[in-house]
Design a protein around this ligand. Sequence first.
Ligand code: DP6
Length: 360
Amino acid sequence: MTIEQFIPTNLNTNANGGAVTWSSPSNIALVKYWGKKEHQIPENQSISFTLNTCKTITKLSYSKKETSNNNFSFKVFLDGDHKEDFEPKIKTFFERIEPYLPFLKAYHFKIETENTFPHSSGIASSASGMSALAMCLMSIEKELNPEVSDEYFIKKGSFLARLGSGSACRSIEGDLVVWGKHNDIEGSSDLFGVKYPYQVHDNFKNYQDTILLVDKGEKQVSSTVGHNLMHGHPFAQERFKQAEKNITKLKTILACGDLEAFIALVESEALTLHAMMMTSMPYFILMKPNTLEIINKIWSFRKQSGLHISFTLDAGANVHILYPENEAEAILEFIKTELVAYCQNGHYICDRIGFGAKKL
Ligand code: DP6
């Protein structure tokens, strides 16, 4: 598919208005996206588990402007409170997507959003938030042109979400999503995420993700700044090649159910992501002392118990603990007795693989 195919030609903007609501989950990358080109095109391919419990629910109301003008008109509410500080990000998003949604300036929008996880939990809400908003906008496009196909709807939803926040393009479907053109993944694209198209071993069905909230504060360096520091980074080209190879390796692992190989690959990806941050110029560290305490505890528990517990990290201090469903009881017990003490206010969230965005 080409970008031009996402420019609609057949929209009827006579509709006076309406409201649509979508819920969309967060996702956790196994092979990480870190580094991008212009227009939110990733430097390397990534693959993620879609989550189930951590999600954003967004209601988008739209009403025809009485007099047309050349401005975007919208208001954003989080949990019922007007959030002016969210509006510059949404304005940038609208500017980026307007060529693909030419009706944006014809309507006034009210964006009412809520998250199932606490706003200040340190969990990135951009993936779930941007994907929920993108799907709401696709529902409006469909109202203005009922001929939009299901395939186009999903692909364009992911395409628009990507322009809001790269990783958001992986939240539309589940249970595994690949973003970035890769020779070993049929249908993959730099423009949108695609559902992983191959057989996955039962070991990975309903895989669990318990998120330990180590630090709920604002991140010192945003992902967008971090991605930009990959330009001219001394290890960037090797890292991009490694991510590509890791997707090929993961394909074999997912097919044969090799949990040990999965653990090695996923933990190495997490630490490599943070190594890229530490070797940027300027350099930075997003892990906290408790992040390392947790990692060490996981390693010793794994050695002593033989259970398939592993961790991954996103661009922050929180730890995602990944494990198969049939080992959940013992691992959850270990988390509660040994790891919760390292979480801020003892806070953690039990999540698992999910299946993407839903219209409510
Ligand atoms: C470390 O999607 O948050 O979570 O595109 O600038 O919004 P922007 O960045 P973002 O980057 C997430 C990077 C990551 C790894 C990943 O999810 O693949």
